[in-house]
Design a binder for this molecule. Structure first.
Ligand code: ATP
Ligand code: MG
Length: 178
């Protein structure tokens, strides 16, 4: 496939409490690799979980993924030292990948949650978004995005929960929720 480049990359945010943030980011990744763009997905807080997308992406060229975290949901504040450490590692990798300019699209899945939990600093992500190479598109997903991230973004979509089967007691389904 011919190698393509974006001329102008933007900053996108998918947030809100409704379903579809991570799915939207992966849908975008699929579209992009179909056009010969290179995509790198870094997942915060998600290491150790078994998601369907991890198997699917192995079959696609130009799509890389690395997950950080410890296989459990974090709710507590102040956060644990090892959760902070993995989030920092994820952010360090994100910085390297973005600054290298080698990937057209960099998806930081659940980074907004890492920011809301204060695992990493909002200012560090603002600086990263402002200093990114021109042709790199940055996608930031997760609930509770801080206002300062909205301020630097070009596109912000809020998924709003109108209904979710979880509330009716339907457990997460393989291939749909994970
Ligand atoms: P998805 O990964 O399905 O696109 P998401 O990224 O928007 O969802 P997250 O906030 O990352 O949602 O949620 C983590 C998990 O909880 C996912 O398995 C997701 O499908 C599920 N989920 C999403 N929204 C809700 C909701 N409103 N109530 C219950 N579970 C939800
Ligand atoms: Mg998600």
């Amino acid at each position: 496939m011919k190698e393509e480049r974006l001329t102008k990359g933007l900053v996108q945010v998918y947030t809100g409490n409704g379903k579809g943030k991570t799915s939207a980011a992966f849908g975008l990744a699929l579209r992009a690799v179909g056009r010969g763009l290179k995509v790198y997905i870094i997942q915060f807080i998600k290491g150790g979980f078994d998601y369907g997308e991890l198997y699917a992406i192995k079959k696609l060229p130009n799509l890389k993924l690395k997950a950080f975290g410890h296989g459990r949901f974090i709710t507590e504040k102040p956060p644990k030292e090892d959760d902070i450490r993995s989030a920092k590692k994820a952010l360090d990798l994100a910085r390297d990948i973005i600054e290298s300019g080698e990937y057209d699209i960099v998806i930081l899945d659940e980074i907004n949650v890492a920011l809301a939990l204060e695992l990493i600093k909002v200012q560090d992500v603002v600086d990263l978004a402002k200093g990114k190479p021109e042709h790199v598109e940055l996608i930031l997903t997760g609930r509770n995005v801080p206002q300062k991230i909205i301020d630097v973004a070009d596109l912000v979509t809020e998924m709003r929960e109108v209904k979710h089967p979880f509330k009716q007691g339907v457990p997460p389904r393989k291939g749909i929720e994970f």
